[in-house]
Design a binder for this molecule. Structure first.
Ligand SMILES: [Fe+2]
Length: 393
């Protein structure tokens, strides 16, 4: 296969894309050496069982080895992996599903018709910023849904510490049509013209700025339309210029794969992977997934999230979970990482100078410090507001 960067040093235009290059990439097979800790490899997708890897996740050194394995899978391997049983609290998932249905009903009765990219209206309901909306309506349930050391580790494996969690719920009813093949945020959400105006090296950068995930809130057999995926396609560098081309889309239709998911399973993939939601051809399955889009601390997330208010809502619940021992340290850290800002910048360095290093304390670091110091909720909230005020221009 030709080296696309050296063949097209500069920019990628649709006419430069060659389907044979994608065919060569996607002809690869995932080997056990690429995913030694996976329980199995199905249709080229490594599938991990949480109970197999929980001991690895509990030790710093083996956790790092596992994260390196996942980073390799997402970067140059198949570009996708599954964590079976990523969310162990089935009751919390059910309660969250109930909350999501209430939000959908409330937003519909308020007259909102949330535009959903790639989907025909009617067969599909979407909740934007489901992260904050669930946290506001039921912070205890939110905490249990996001207290997943596996999800925390895969986000950190791809994006590093301080990643920014966002979530968008997708509910696809029977008869919901399949999506067309596409790539995701950042460059995947730009028009062909805008995407083509970014230099080639930014096409390589875009995928490492986000991670795509989906948590199954119910069992999703193939007839309900779980995401169709084309393993190894994320490594096709000119892919942002290619995914709208008819021959590429036809190739995707013939070669994409689907895995059934069970409630609590989580699927993660590179945003550069060619993918598309499947058709829900079932007669009675209302497919509900919480789609996670996680951003690098160095990138701009797709959605604005009021992390300060979420921290205030979550703090008493995390504090109780620590006292009662209902969540482990790693589970609490995962839930905190899903809400609290994990990066120091941008800030106002006149008001918020670095303390003990080159970067001011993050909201996430302060959350952990407050738990250690056993701050009461009011003091915690006041200190968060002071931190926010120091960051303003
Ligand atoms: Fe997508």
């Amino acid at each position: 296969m030709k080296d696309s960067v050296s063949a097209q040093p500069g920019y990628f235009a649709p006419e430069d894309c060659n389907l044979d290059d994608l065919k060569a990439l996607t002809a690869q097979e995932t080997t056990p050496e690429q995913a030694p800790r996976a329980a199995e490899i199905l249709k080229n997708i490594p599938v991990y069982q949480m109970h197999d890897i929980s001991a690895d996740l509990a030790d710093e050194k083996t956790r790092a080895q596992l994260m390196a394995e996942w980073a390799g899978i997402l970067l140059t391997g198949p570009g996708v992996l599954v964590l079976r049983g990523a969310c162990r609290n089935s009751g919390a998932l059910d309660r969250a599903s109930q909350v999501f249905e209430e939000i959908i009903a409330a937003e519909k009765s308020a007259g909102g018709e949330g535009a959903d990219h790639f989907a025909a209206s009617g067969a599909n309901d979407r909740i934007w910023n489901a992260l904050q909306k669930l946290c506001e309506r039921d912070p205890e349930t939110f905490m249990h849904c996001f207290a997943s050391p596996g999800i925390d580790a895969v986000c950190e494996a791809w994006l590093g510490k301080g990643y920014q969690m966002t979530a968008q719920v997708n509910l696809v009813h029977p008869g919901g049509a399949a999506q067309l093949a596409h790539r995701d945020y950042h460059l995947g959400f730009q028009t062909s013209e805008v995407s083509a105006a970014f230099p080639a090296h930014v096409h390589a950068l875009s995928p490492v700025l986000t991670l795509q995930g989906a948590v199954a809130h119910m069992d999703m057999p193939v007839e309900s339309g779980p995401t169709r995926l084309l393993p190894f396609s994320q490594a096709y560098l000119p892919g942002y210029a290619a995914w709208r081309l008819e021959d590429f889309r036809a190739y995707f239709e013939e070669n994409s794969v689907q895995l059934p998911l069970e409630k609590g399973d989580a699927l993660f993939f590179s945003p550069a992977l060619f993918h598309a939601a499947g058709a829900n051809i079932s007669s009675d399955i209302h497919r509900l997934a919480n789609l996670l889009q996680i951003s690098s601390p160095f990138g701009r997330a797709m959605e604005t999230v009021d992390r300060t208010s979420m921290c205030k809502l979550l703090y008493p619940h995390i504090s109780n979970a620590a006292v009662n021992g209902t969540l482990s340290v790693a589970e609490r850290a995962a839930a905190i990482a899903a809400v609290a800002e994990g990066y120091s910048f941008p800030t106002n360095l006149d008001l918020d100078p670095p303390s003990g290093g080159l970067a001011p304390q993050t909201q996430q670091a302060f959350f952990h410090q407050a738990l250690e110091e056993d701050l009461d909720a009011d003091t915690f909230a006041d200190r968060l507001d002071q931190m926010d005020a120091r960051r303003l221009p």
